[in-house]
Ligand binder design. Structure first.
Ligand code: FES
Length: 110
């Protein structure tokens, strides 16, 4: 199992730490636990609404593709550690990942 900590930009949400097996994406994990993460295209790397920041553990995730980078450019406030949660497949076991979910009260891209 991996340990994933979700942090939230929204002030009223507390961080939550979950145990997750490899083979799932960060979007799938977030949705399974009702964490509230937009995913307008349904998780096929065709929007930027599942944009998240990876604070640590980037090496545990499937590598970023050119297509994902293109969509991240359309997200609100992209940073060097930006990823699309639907493309962040967990590839390892017994690792830790820290994620920050941007404020979901505003639409973060298209
Ligand atoms: S849900 Fe659309 S790119 Fe991830």
């Amino acid at each position: 199992m991996n340990t994933i900590t979700f942090n939230f930009e929204e002030k009223n949400k507390q961080p939550i730490t979950l145990n997750c097996p490899k083979g799932e994406t960060i979007l799938e994990i977030a949705l399974q636990h009702d964490l509230g993460l937009h995913h307008n295209c349904g998780g096929v790397c065709a929007c930027s609404t599942c944009h998240v920041y990876i604070n640590s553990g980037m090496e545990v995730l499937e590598e970023i593709t050119d297509k994902e980078e293109d969509f991240i450019d359309r997200a609100k406030s992209p940073k060097l550690n930006s990823r699309l949660a639907c493309q962040c497949l967990l590839l390892s076991e017994n690792k830790s990942v820290s994620v920050t979910i941007p404020d979901q009260s505003v639409l973060l891209g298209d």
